[in-house]
Ligand binder design. Structure first.
Ligand SMILES: Cc1cc2nc3c(=O)[nH]c(=O)nc-3n(C[C@H](O)[C@H](O)[C@H](O)COP(=O)(O)OP(=O)(O)OC[C@H]3O[C@@H](n4cnc5c(N)ncnc54)[C@H](O)[C@@H]3O)c2cc1C
Ligand code: FES
Length: 299
């Protein structure tokens, strides 16, 4: 097993590890992988992600695949480990779900910026859509260590697409479950239950990870209630390390100026009220006409 630092901006460590697969188990519709990642687990924060290589040296799958870090254990029985949750979506993720214990997989991380934590104890609501809830349990623990009351809302299309209901009950003060078809919890979307929950808990921050539509609606609800949303986006990524510009999306800075920023480097966590959600209206990400450097035809 080897670990070596391959890239580092000032103060931002990133390592590449040939990780051993310690475990690969089914959790509902997903696979939960535990990887031995010396050097990575020690420096990761909730909200950051890892990029895994798929295929061998002759594979046509040249690009790494990105996954939120579910948990890290810097000093477990087998050394430092990183856990991820994988939904089989295409050839790369399908291959990863088939990895057996003892197999080796190349991992780069931790990548991106994690969730900012409040400096004062403040009630927080954490919202996860499907496997998007993966990074929230570790975040919940860190928030509670800071004295923040934590509620978790988990939503999915159907009961088997929920991730972490049992774990949520362990790390949160309260848990609400929603499913589109009513097969578990309240029938409907997470956004249906949020306004009441904000009113009941007096939440000052919403944290979210899941589909873009969910992040958009929770950001709107946060703005309506005058509170902050911090959302982890999953914009399609190719390199994951800031080189290729595949992952750019429009985000307004503190002066209101919209810039196309790399979600792998400046994200994946953004303040919900800064993301130009309307640019994603038809599923593609368009450059808003007022973005810095927008092409003439966009203006
Ligand atoms: C920051 C981040 C965190 C993520 N966390 C998770 C997670 O915890 N669990 C999980 O199952 N999936 C997660 N994803 C989505 C996952 O990366 C894609 O499902 C996966 O890359 C698809 O690869 P594939 O070969 O199976 O499918 P294909 O569709 O064949 O992928 C082809 C290419 O498209 C890219 N791509 C396709 N779909 C996505 C997508 N939704 N997001 C980003 N890139 C995509 C792939 O990287 C690859 O380069 C995350 C994505 C990002 C960007
Ligand atoms: S994925 Fe390459 S720059 Fe972000």
């Amino acid at each position: 097993m080897s670990a070596r630092t391959i890239a580092a901006r000032e103060g931002a460590g990133v390592v590449q590890v040939d990780a051993e697969v310690l475990g690969n188990s089914a959790v509902g519709a997903y696979r939960h992988l535990t990887l031995v990642t010396p050097g990575l687990a020690e420096i990761a924060r909730p909200g950051q992600f890892v990029a895994l290589a798929v295929g061998d040296g002759t594979s046509s799958m040249l690009l790494r695949r990105s996954f939120s870090i579910h948990r890290v254990s810097p000093a477990g029985t087998y050394g430092a480990t990183t856990e991820i949750v994988v939904a089989a979506a295409g050839p790369g993720t399908e291959e990863l779900t088939r990895l057996e214990a003892g197999a080796s997989v190349s991992v780069i991380g931790p990548l991106g910026k994690g969730f900012p934590l409040p400096s004062q104890p403040v009630p927080c609501i954490l919202v996860g859509g499907g496997y998007g809830s993966a990074p929230l349990f570790w975040l919940a623990e860190q928030l509670r260590e800071r004295g923040c009351p934590v509620e978790i809302v988990l939503g999915a299309a159907t009961a088997d697409r929920l991730f972490g209901v049992v774990e949520a009950r362990r790390v949160a003060d309260g848990v609400t479950v929603t499913t589109d078809d009513g097969s578990a919890g309240t029938r409907g979307w997470v956004s249906d239950v949020l306004p009441d929950l904000i009113a009941r808990t007096g939440a000052g921050v919403l944290y979210g990870c899941g589909p873009m539509g969910m992040l958009r609606s929770m950001s709107a609800i946060a703005s309506d209630h005058g509170i902050v949303a911090q959302v982890a986006v999953e914009e399609a990524m190719a390199c994951g390390v800031g080189i290729c510009m595949t992952c750019v999306m429009p985000v307004a800075d503190q002066h209101g100026t919209t810039k196309m920023v790399r979600s792998c480097l400046e994200g994946p966590v953004f303040r919900g009220d800064r993301v130009r959600w309307e640019a994603f209206d038809d599923g593609l990400c368009r450059v808003p006409a007022d973005a810095v450097g927008a092409p003439k035809e966009a203006r």
